[in-house]
Design a protein around this ligand. Structure first.
Ligand code: ADP
Length: 505
């Protein structure tokens, strides 16, 4: 009997859950399975995952999705991975066991180490080499911390006994029966150890952080032809042809293939990425430069900005203030008033991300009057998500040679029509919601499928992409501008708030 390979399996290993998704040739999601991942907070500012649980939950969802759809591994044309980025795993090559918990991207334990490095004046050189800022967010200082802290680790890493990887590396290692130690170009570009120009590990960065090259994975393309890499899926070999960091996969899943095309993901935080084509543009406006993807030998680049508190401000309305029962209720509550009546919310609960980069900023409401109601609070909170995203887009427009003329959106909070309309109003460009919100998994599937000719070209993938709704700007430019000016005034007043006040003299 001939079995037709009818599906691509996409693994979406996120911060809070592991998911597996089956995608057919039309780009339809046929089935999915999900398992929660335990979050550990052993100390203030520390966030850890158990690498073995990352793998066991991922493996369980693979089995579950195949069972749910009654699909055999023989029907899989390829497997692709999208993963939480920057999270750092260190394991023993001999036993295959992790030597420490994974240090998650949110973990701030290396903040002091970053400050010490910054004081030596190296940051401008780091930005130039890696396209990133000197921040605990990226893998480099997390790996250095592990090598410094685990007794004997640096010596073992130097002898090649320990392997470092981001979550993609760890999953590939597991999926290939401990045979492959690789990472893809997008994940590698988030380590702060890779040179943007060469695409390879940067000797100067390795020296600065005392990282032994022997522990590093081989950097491979994001989408690659089916060659030697084969994953064991339920005992059956399946070509492993696509690997990308989650935000890069989402950019691909949104078919943002040409320079100037951009997507914003509205989850807990917001991540805006704009394709800048084949030039790695160093931002003049405090954005990050990152590899969008590498297809065979061809690299494309992106500018990236992130908002720390996006949809999370709605969680706070629900759990902190208790003024809505479900996140979705925020829309009706906000729509019960015609506008925010001059109220502005700056949800700088954990400081401000790009383009402000102020760890000392703290949240605030402005413009409260005796007439302010919870509806105004909810409306101002929703608007703050759009205002923060507008700051990112404005920085991108200034940096990017190609104007961004529409914004493709995805993530949980895009279900909120009021938020999406306000986003279009404040940006002055259309905001487009696709038929499938699962762009991360779709992106991983598309990248993997390209490698095995399941889809013949990016054009075919772009043709699969469908808009569900276009939100067109309805506010006139002057009114939008006035709102942005007031927003900027509010942001300014939150800056530096948590820094101790200077003594009176
Ligand atoms: P993540 O992948 O970061 O967990 P999701 O894409 O699942 O995020 O989106 C969840 C976020 O979206 C939550 O922060 C939630 O508050 C917000 N959210 C979900 N539905 C809505 C809604 N209808 N209106 C506003 N925010 C929403």
């Amino acid at each position: 009997m001939v079995t037709v390979a009818s599906y691509v399996l996409a693994l979406d290993q996120g911060t809070t859950s592991s998911r597996s998704v089956l995608v057919d040739r039309a780009g339809e999601i046929v089935a999915s399975a999900q398992a929660e991942l335990t979050q550990s907070f052993p100390q203030t500012g520390w966030v850890e995952h158990d690498p073995n649980e990352i793998w066991s939950t991922q493996a369980a969802t693979i089995a579950a999705v195949l069972a749910k759809a009654d699909v055999s591994p023989r029907q899989l044309a390829a497997v692709g991975i999208a993963n939480q980025r920057e999270t750092t795993v260190l394991w023993d090559r001999h036993s295959g066991q992790p030597v420490a918990p994974a240090i998650v991207w949110q973990d701030r334990r290396t903040a002091a180490a970053c400050d010490l490095l910054r004081a030596t004046g190296v940051e401008p050189d780091i930005v130039r080499r890696t396209g990133l800022r000197l921040d605990p967010y990226f893998s480099a200082t997390k790996l250095a911390w592990l090598l410094d802290t685990i007794p004997g680790a640096r010596a073992r890493a130097t002898r090649g006994e320990l392997a470092f990887g981001t979550v993609d590396s760890w999953l590939v290692y597991k999926l290939t029966g401990h045979r492959q130690h690789v990472t893809d170009a997008t994940n590698a570009s988030r380590t702060m150890l890779v040179n943007l120009q060469t695409g390879d590990w940067d000797p100067e960065m390795l020296r600065l952080l005392q990282i032994p090259p022997a522990c590093l994975p081989t950097i491979v393309a994001t989408a690659r032809a089916a060659t030697s890499m084969v994953a064991d899926i339920a005992g059956h070999p399946v070509p492993l042809t696509g690997i990308a960091g989650d935000q890069h996969a989402a950019l691909f899943g949104q078919a943002c293939f040409a320079p100037g095309m951009a997507k914003n993901t509205y989850g807990t935080g917001c991540f805006l990425l704009a394709n800048t084509g084949d030039t790695a543009q160093i931002s003049q406006h405090k954005l990050l430069t990152t590899v969008a993807w590498q297809i065979d030998q061809q690299r494309q680049f992106a500018l990236e900005g992130s908002v720390f508190v996006g949809g999370a401000v709605v969680q706070w309305l629900r759990d902190g203030l208790g003024i809505v029962q479900h996140a979705a209720d925020s829309e009706a509550l906000a729509a019960s008033v015609p506008d925010s009546d001059g109220v502005y919310c700056v949800p700088a609960f954990t400081g401000l991300g790009s383009p402000h980069w102020d760890p000392h900023a703290r949240g605030a409401f402005f413009g409260l009057t005796r007439g302010t109601t919870r509806a105004h609070i909810a409306r101002a909170a929703l608007e703050s998500i759009a205002f923060q995203s507008a700051d990112l887009l404005a920085a991108m427009q200034l940096d990017s040679g190609t104007p961004i003329t529409e914004l493709r959106v995805d993530g949980g909070a895009t279900a909120n029509n009021l938020l999406m309309q306000f986003q279009a109003d404040i940006l002055g460009i259309p905001v487009v919601r696709p038929r499938y919100a699962e762009t991360t998994a779709l992106g991983a599937a598309y990248l993997a499928g390209l490698g095995v000719n399941f889809w013949s070209s990016q054009d075919e993938i772009a043709a699969n992409w469908q808009s569900e709704r276009r939100f067109l700007p309805q506010l006139d430019t002057a009114a939008a501008q006035a709102r942005l000016v007031d927003w900027a005034r509010a942001v300014e007043r939150t800056r530096g708030w948590s820094r101790p006040a200077a003594p009176n003299v």
